[in-house]
Write a protein that binds this ligand. Structure first.
Ligand code: SAH
Length: 394
């Protein structure tokens, strides 16, 4: 059955920023047309004969305001008034955005409130050219299941005049906010978060609930931005892994431990690996928080981890892998094959690098079966997919 959902999906919406923002390239299509297009593009990227069936894309019932994470860039307009929004496609010019069809509505409101507070609190917006001013970005993360809201104020310097009063006024306007963090980013590159931060209110992280587990999410940790679709993605991944409770499992590129922790009740043990130290810290807390004792986390490069496991002659029954957009590496894939898992479940947010890696895995005797595309990013061109690979027996 095709789970595209007809209700909200059929009602097409428009956006005044469509052309200049450039994110929603599929806004002129119906949701159905868009899903079909994504299915075709996944099939094309993966190439003929590389996989089994590419299934119809798992779509959303209400494909709007799905983003639980919203980032706004702050700047000033010609008259010197603070504005916030996104960089206009490929430039460093800030396009003012008040509301967005993809972003969480509350998050956009909070950003609007902060924008309005800057003048009365005499907070200067950072200027890229002169490198003067304080506020650079605001990042909002919201746990859709728990309702918890995190506000991260990214500033160019640690000195934030009258920050107590600022936070108090913000909380008065939005009592839904559960934590406020100041992140200090004096750098000139395009990364949003700097290395230093200070909790101004609450715990400094939020929690969300997904597939029966509670997850703690810090400002810098990766967490899927569309929780409604993430549930479908993870459930499909665990289903494709065919776990019986006896398997030793690897969760590579594990982030805050989501997939490994969700799969752990169906496995004997899980070894999970992740490079980002904040994410690993969250992952370890998440295991404790959910009383899970059969998952171990390793903070290192996934390729190096696999190489060490292979050199030690280790074996794994099932491998989950969920690399970033750039895909995996030769080292990782070669060593993964040496561990001899009978199944690999590959989760990818980039069909191009997925296709490339599936070709390598084929030479290593892993044949891709069903491909399940999941629409994590409605109205944009991106498409997530989960693929099951099986070891060929000769
Ligand atoms: N499986 C997780 C995270 C997927 S995103 C989830 O579903 O939430 C990809 C993750 O890979 C990120 O957390 C990123 O920090 C991590 N990563 C990127 N390069 C890596 C590397 N070389 N080794 C290990 N982890 C890496």
């Amino acid at each position: 059955m095709r789970e595209t959902g007809a209700r909200g999906a059929r009602q097409k919406k428009t956006c005044v920023n469509e052309k200049r923002c450039g994110s929603c390239r599929y806004l002129s299509l119906t949701y159905e047309e868009q899903l079909k297009k994504k299915e075709v593009s996944v099939r094309k990227a993966l190439g003929k004969g590389l996989t089994g069936r590419v299934m119809p894309v798992l779509g959303m019932e209400e494909p709007y305001h799905y983003r639980n994470k919203v980032t706004a860039v702050f700047a000033r307009d010609r008259k010197g008034n603070p504005i916030s929004g996104v960089y206009e496609g490929g430039t460093h010019h800030v396009l003012p955005v008040e509301e967005c069809l993809l972003e969480d509505v509350l998050a956009d409101r909070i950003i609007g409130t902060i924008r309005g507070m800057l003048k009365p609190f005499k907070i200067w917006v950072y200027e890229e050219d002169t490198r003067r001013g304080l506020l650079r970005y605001v990042l909002i993360r919201r746990g859709f299941a728990t309702g918890q809201v995190m506000v991260v104020l990214v500033t160019a310097s640690p000195i934030f005049p009258s920050k107590r009063n600022f936070v108090r006024a913000l909380l008065e306007a939005h009592p839904e906010i559960t934590t406020v963090v100041q992140n200090i980013n004096p750098r000139t590159d395009s990364l949003i978060l700097g290395d230093r931060q200070q909790v101004l209110y609450g715990k400094g992280y939020i929690e969300d609930e997904l597939c029966g587990c509670i997850f703690r999410i810090s400002p810098a940790s990766f967490y899927q931005i569309n929780p409604v679709q993430t549930r479908k993605l993870y459930e499909k991944a665990v289903e494709l892994a065919g776990l019986t409770g006896r398997e030793t499992v690897i969760d590579a590129y594990c982030g805050i431990g989501t997939i490994g922790l969700i799969a752990s009740s169906h496995a004997r043990s899980v070894e999970a690996v992740e490079l980002n130290p904040d994410a690993v810290r969250d992952a370890i807390t998440n295991a404790k928080r959910n009383h899970i004792t059969n998952v171990r986390f390793h903070r290192t490069d996934a390729g190096e981890f696999m190489a060490k496991m292979a050199a030690a002659g280790e074996h794994a029954d099932v491998l989950f892998m969920d690399p970033p957009r750039s895909g995996s590496t030769r080292e990782f894939l070669n060593c993964a094959a040496r561990l001899g898992p009978k199944r690999i479940v590959y989760i990818s947010c980039n069909p191009e690098t997925l296709g490339r890696d599936l070709k390598v895995l084929r030479t290593l005797d892993y044949r891709a079966g069903e491909v399940w595309p999941v629409d994590m990013f409605p109205w944009t061109e991106s498409c997530e997919a989960v693929v099951k690979l099986e070891k060929q027996v000769h």
